[in-house]
Design a protein around this ligand. Structure first.
Ligand code: 4AD
Ligand code: MG
Length: 460
């Protein structure tokens, strides 16, 4: 008999004479003449209740049906007598596919998130993490749909790269050279003898390659893994994360900000509509009032504020921040949180940052001080999107590169884009995991990633 996913079993509108369900046991309760077995297969939040009658030949196996065991059950789908579920299964046969003993760590509810991180191989079987990864999957599909509906072309940009897009030097080196064999000190290694004939790294962003394709196909995006060797142990930073980077030709900063806002709202709207059970769970048990806050976000425009103005607001706040507020300094997470949570009480888009704190590729504004950069900041997380209009003028770009001590020879292909049919273009990066944190209300990035990579931790 063909297996029915529990999700589909529960969607039935009529009883079924024969059904086969397979999954993992959540609980078993024994009564005098029968046992209740709750089975979950991860296809949806809900489990299905199975009644195993003592008259059944397989009933002798029931005592071994422990929490965590894998079972295969055939039987009848009938209307449930119990509360909270429409359907249940009266078993005809019960097979234990994989035993679990009483050491199974998810016996009881109420484990801490910290403990569950240590058992990242088992936590997907919990309601919270099952929900998380179903929502994550849907979110990824929705991202592709959003771009497809708008005629964006999906580009696979390289994961191994020779350029440091963000210029922040937070790169993981990719090499096949054995340092012991090739030198005594890192600085003496001759990387021209390395696998690719030069130094290569795991990418921090697909942007530069996306720009190439935007300057040919107009509207493109990349959605892939990115890597940052940044030693920041925060709840919002991962060493390996996924980024969605649209890049649009003939688009200025204004258009970029509009697009980022529409994108974020589309993703929130879809998640709320397509994952109602999961969103209910997050709303009730993870972040009380989550759904109301997301609706609030959907209903209002994001506030736009120039960096200079943001600094003035922070200075006038009278708050004593750990990091001082100074024109020309990066906004720290405490500043971002103050602006979104206390001052504006909604997502904001901060634009026109001082050129000193932004990468070489951003377009210089006429004031000579700022660049056409923008960051979207949201309550609870801070920066979720970083983007800009790109410098499309060759002479200006060369001067930025000089300032950032980048070799034009190394970026010859990037400069070529400014030589042949250069156009104003803009784009941004949305951190997939931060978006997932925002829509689910889960506060730590380690709990939205199947197996998180953070400084000092790459277990599993
Ligand atoms: O602001 P970032 O560094 O921007 C770029 O990389 C640009 N090249 C993007 C572009 O314009 N195409 O990163 C973009 C976003 C951040 O706003 C944040 O959401 C996420 O990527 N991000 C991280 N997420 C998790 N862990 C980290 N260590 C992250 N660093 C950035
Ligand atoms: Mg940024």
């Amino acid at each position: 008999m063909k297996r029915t996913l529990i999700k589909h079993a529960l969607e039935n509108d009529a009883p079924q004479d024969q059904i086969k369900i397979q999954g993992w046991v959540r609980t078993r309760r024994d009564a005098k003449t029968f046992s209740f077995v709750e089975v979950n297969d991860g296809s949806c939040l809900k489990s299905i209740q199975v009644i195993v009658d003592a008259t059944l030949a397989d009933y002798q196996k029931v005592s071994q049906v422990n929490t965590g065991a894998a079972v295969s059950i055939t039987g009848k789908l009938v209307e449930s007598q119990g509360k909270g579920q429409a359907w249940e299964v009266i078993a005809d046969s019960l097979e234990i596919v994989g035993h679990a003993d009483t050491t199974y760590p998810l016996q009881k509810k109420g484990h801490t998130q910290e403990y569950l991180r240590e058992i990242a191989h088992l936590r997907p079987r919990s309601n919270l993490f099952g929900s998380m990864f179903r929502v994550s999957s849907r979110l990824a599909q929705t991202i592709h749909r959003f771009f497809d509906e708008r005629d964006f072309v999906y580009i696979h940009t390289p994961i191994i790269t020779a350029s440091d897009c963000e210029g922040a030097g937070k790169l993981f080196r990719v090499t096949t050279l054995n340092p012991q064999k090739h030198s005594n000190a890192e600085s003496l290694i001759d990387y021209s003898r390395d696998f690719f004939g030069q130094s290569t790294y795991l990418t921090v962003s697909g942007q530069l390659a996306a720009e190439v394709f935007a300057c040919a196909l107009s509207n493109v995006y990349t959605f892939g893994p990115t890597f940052r060797a940044e030693n920041s142990n925060t709840s919002r930073h991962a060493s390996e994360f996924w980024m969605i980077e649209p890049e649009m030709a003939f688009c200025d900063l204004e258009g970029d900000m509009d697009f980022a806002e529409a994108f974020i709202k589309y993703l929130i709207q879809d998640t709320m509509e397509s994952c109602p059970q999961e969103m209910d769970l997050f709303h009730r048990f993870v972040d009380k009032g989550l759904k109301d806050r997301l609706r609030f976000v959907l209903d209002r425009p994001f506030q736009r504020v120039a960096y200079t103005e943001a600094v003035e607001i922070l200075k006038a706040s009278g708050k004593s921040f750990e990091f001082p507020v100074e024109y020309g300094a990066n906004l720290q997470s405490e500043h971002e949180c103050f602006l979104t949570e206390q001052h504006f009480k909604c997502p904001i888009t901060v634009y026109n940052y001082p050129k000193e704190i932004k990468p070489f590729y951003m377009r210089a504004n006429d004031d000579g001080k700022t660049v056409a950069a923008m960051d979207v900041l949201v309550p609870g997380i801070g920066e979720i999107v970083g983007g800009s209009q790109r410098e499309e003028r060759e002479d200006q770009l060369l001067s930025h590169m000089k300032h950032h001590q980048l070799s034009p020879d190394h970026y010859w292909w990037y400069l070529d884009l400014r030589k042949y049919g250069s156009v104003p273009h803009s784009g941004f990066g949305l951190g997939f995991e931060r978006m997932l944190m925002f829509v689910t209300g889960v506060a730590n990035i380690r709990d939205v990633i199947p197996f998180a990579r953070t400084p000092g931790s790459a277990e599993f």
